[in-house]
Design a protein around this ligand. Structure first.
Ligand SMILES: [Zn+2]
Length: 418
């Protein structure tokens, strides 16, 4: 087993303009997908999460702002780069590529405009482990790493059986973890991430570990419900094991989650493409939903953030949109880029945000809601911006008055806790 002495010389790295001390002990950052404030607290109150209970009182317990759009990819990339999307370029899960004119997933590492923290930390001597639930994030998170035994690994639960030394820096993942490949729509997909994290820490003791789950449970179950408490009880056990292995642990979320349905239990949707078709003519405007991804069963591609491309010469539509009930904000490209720290070249002409309990769709006919077995819970807006930022050690430096962001997670873990 390697000693935890990489920082004996007090080394540090600077990445994207921020300074990070090299870890004295294994440093684990966990992104709990969709962990709205309240999930952890309700599980603690129910007596299901004793490790979290101890950490909330004896460690660091903060509320942070995530990046808007409050979606998975922009926020995961912010956490691992320490910067907002204006810097790293990942503005959604999905966008209209101005180079090709095609609507594409933003999973391709070519869209990432800066390095993550991981290559710098690796060059400074840290071994790195990155484990995600869904494979869609793996390429982005692992970009620039020299993969291989004793160096770094990067793999997903979803494709754990496909992991190879060449592609992922590890093989035989299922045998190591002792679990088969989980169903992509299950709590098991996230449990596999934690189980793998514990096994990797026991076997390889990487100095830096990033674990990123999926929000399958949070999309379906509110804080304090039995399924949610089961999920956090499961996580609690794995976190206790990582702590027993000597790890410093920071937990945050990529975004919160809110109920988005009406009194009838059906999703409360504003269909923007249908509105624009009525105002401008069919398909004159183009509505893009950056929540879109291949795994739509739990949200039907319905979130609280949309971008709209208008035809040349179109009248100002802001006034028309603003009076639609449930619209929280309508911003021009420049206004949105400034307010939400987004890359202007990857936004449409208008950016639309819906209120806490409403979602935005394209056309009613284009959303398959048959997979929604529970009333819709989703995210994307300003209403899902508050997330936990928790560490298992107390805050050492005085940081009063600071606006915490979820992408301060590595700063907190490496620089600011005892
Ligand atoms: Zn997410």
């Amino acid at each position: 087993m390697a000693p935890d002495t990489i920082n004996t010389l007090g080394g540090e790295v600077t990445v994207n303009g921020r300074r990070y001390r090299l870890p004295k002990r294994p440093s684990v950052v966990v992104c709990i997908d969709g962990s709205e404030p309240g999930y952890i607290e309700r599980a603690v109150e129910a007596g299901r999460a004793p490790w979290f209970g101890k950490v909330l009182t004896e460690g660091t317990n903060l509320i942070a702002d995530c990046v808007v759009p409050s979606f998975t990819n922009p926020n995961n990339l912010s956490i691992v780069t320490g910067q907002p999307p204006a810097v790293h370029g990942i503005s959604g899960n999905y966008f209209l590529d101005p180079d090709s004119g095609q609507e594409v997933m933003m999973n391709d590492p070519k869209f990432l405009r800066v390095e993550t923290l991981f290559p710098s930390l690796q060059r400074a001597g840290c071994r790195i482990a990155v484990v995600t639930a869904k494979d869609k994030l793996r390429g982005l998170l692992g970009k620039g790493l020299a993969l291989g035994p004793g160096k770094a690994c990067s793999f997903s639960s979803e494709k754990s059986d496909k992991a190879t030394l060449a592609e992922n820096g590890i093989e035989g993942v299922n045998a190591l973890v002792g679990l088969p490949v989980p169903d992509v729509y299950s709590a098991g997909l996230s449990e596999f991430v934690f189980a793998a994290g514990v096994k990797l820490m026991e076997r390889d003791r990487p100095e830096i570990m990033y674990l990123s789950t999926t929000d399958y449970i949070q999309h379906k179950h509110a804080p304090g419900t039995p399924a949610a408490n089961d999920f956090y009880a499961m996580m609690d056990g794995y976190m206790a094991r990582l702590e027993a292995l000597g790890c410093g642990i920071v937990l945050t979320a990529d975004h919160g989650m809110n109920a988005k349905f009406g009194a009838d239990g059906k999703p409360d949707v504003i269909y923007l493409q249908d509105l624009f078709d009525g105002w401008l003519g069919k398909d004159k405007a183009r509505v893009i939903l950056p929540i879109t991804d291949p795994y739509v069963v739990h949200h039907g591609a319905l979130g609280s953030f949309a971008v709209v491309y208008l035809p040349d010469g179109a009248a100002d539509m802001t006034g028309k949109l603003k009076v639609v009930p449930g619209i929280e904000a309508v911003l021009t490209k420049a206004e949105a880029a400034q307010r939400f720290e987004l890359p202007a070249d990857r936004l449409g002409d208008l950016i639309v945000v819906s209120t806490k309990h409403k979602v935005l769709g394209t056309s009613a006919a284009r959303h398959d809601l048959s997979g929604l077995t529970e009333p819709l819970r989703s995210h994307g807006g300003v209403s899902e911006q508050k997330v936990p930022l928790i560490a298992n050690r107390p805050l050492a430096a005085s940081a009063a008055g600071r606006r915490w962001r979820n992408f301060d997670a590595f700063d907190l873990g490496l620089n600011l806790v005892a």
